[in-house]
Ligand binder design. Sequence first.
Ligand code: NAD
Length: 236
Amino acid sequence: MSKVLILSGAGISAESGISTFRDSNGLWEKHRIEDVCTAGCLDTNGEATKAFYDARRADIEEKLPNYAHKVIVKLKQKYPNEISVLTQNVDDLFEKAGIKENEIVHLHGFLRELRCRECEEVFNIGYKKQDECFNAQCPECGGELRPNIVFFGEAAPKYQILTQELNNCELIVIIGTSGNVLDVTYFAQLTSVSILNNLEPSEAIDDKYFTKVYYEKATQAIDVIAEDIEEFLITL
Ligand code: NAD
């Protein structure tokens, strides 16, 4: 648990060339969310769902972290106990910027992983297609595999970590999220200091509850945000 919580969303990866959801009329890479990432779609639309995540996995292989990812990773390395890094993103750009597996929480899952639908074991397959791995079945129990992604309407077990972090932190920094999935306005009200960075206002966020608001690209705002964080840490 840390005093500073940095919570990011799809917007932080936009400048690395990974599309966000809401900026494309609620579609994700031209797919309707209910077709490929809603609870039940593995049973009703299994092949298309698998193909969608295979494509997303292949898509991130060549993508590179941007300046905002890099600054956050440096800050985390400088203040390992004071800062927690949580993301809604399923890409691996923080990892490519050098963050270690135990230094970040992917609240909505991780594209490079598959999970067994029977025994829940998780396997890192890198950028491969799902069916090219393990003869398309769980190497532990033979069960059916699925992308280790939290679909809309499914439980998100790592929200427990988010709740604990929110109970403890005093500064929350929100970067690149529309607030449609997580109620970041509420989170700002739980903490004494709060910072918001998005490209533009979102109807799902009431920015008057934030101490500081930066409507600009994350790569432009991140240096000032890093200064804000370091100034805050000095006061502790
Ligand atoms: P969202 O698409 O709903 O909202 C994106 C937000 O980022 C917007 O508020 C926009 O103003 C802001 N933004 C866009 N470009 C920006 C930039 N350069 N700098 C700063 N802000 C910028 O994203 P969300 O709230 O994260 O919700 C989408 C859900 O979709 C998440 O749960 C996530 O798991 C998933 N998703 C993930 C990825 C990824 O892993 N990169 C990509 C698309 C969707």
